[in-house]
Design a protein around this ligand. Sequence first.
Ligand code: SF4
Length: 209
Amino acid sequence: MEKHLNVSEIFYSLQGESSYAGYPCVFVRLSECNLRCSYCDTQYAFGDGRSMAISSILDEVKRFSCPLVEITGGEPLFQDDVITLCEELLGTNLSVLLETNGSLYLEDLPREVIKIVDVKTPGSGMGNSFLKWNLKYLNPHDELKFVITNYIDYLFAKNFIEANQPQVAHIHFSPVTSVLEPSLLAAWMLEDKLKARLSLQLHRLLAIP
Ligand code: SF4
């Protein structure tokens, strides 16, 4: 029997929060999440969504003729069969991004998938949810993201980088829109000469999905 996934939505937009920001991208948003962050803007994905065969998801993604696809959520790793979806998408020569909160095991993901791992800071209400074990499964093309609400979050992210020295392509510090002034975060980063980049939430600035 063909594998199915619970899907919240599939849509086409600009990638918003990584080194791929600004590129056209097809998003496959899977349902459910194991966390409940204070600033979550995708709570509508917490329900069951619609059950779709993986072949139907592929057909819908292909309709957009876009070389970049991102699997997001919710938390995409909450559904085990997301691994099969990754393999199938990679098999069609698409570049596959997967955004995850890093609290579930990453080890089964195909190496070619570019992981964007959102390490939860204390301001999310879900601090300490990141699985340290997952550091072993970060590849040089992967990216880390810290969503920052205040100076405590900033120090958490800075200490995390210094303590773990993650070998990833990019580390993003992203201020929560309307909560932390980007210029303030920029000043802290400049002061500390961090090897991280300030990332603004492009999709929120443009008010697009
Ligand atoms: S991990 Fe993402 S989807 Fe889940 S509650 Fe936090 S912000 Fe929302």
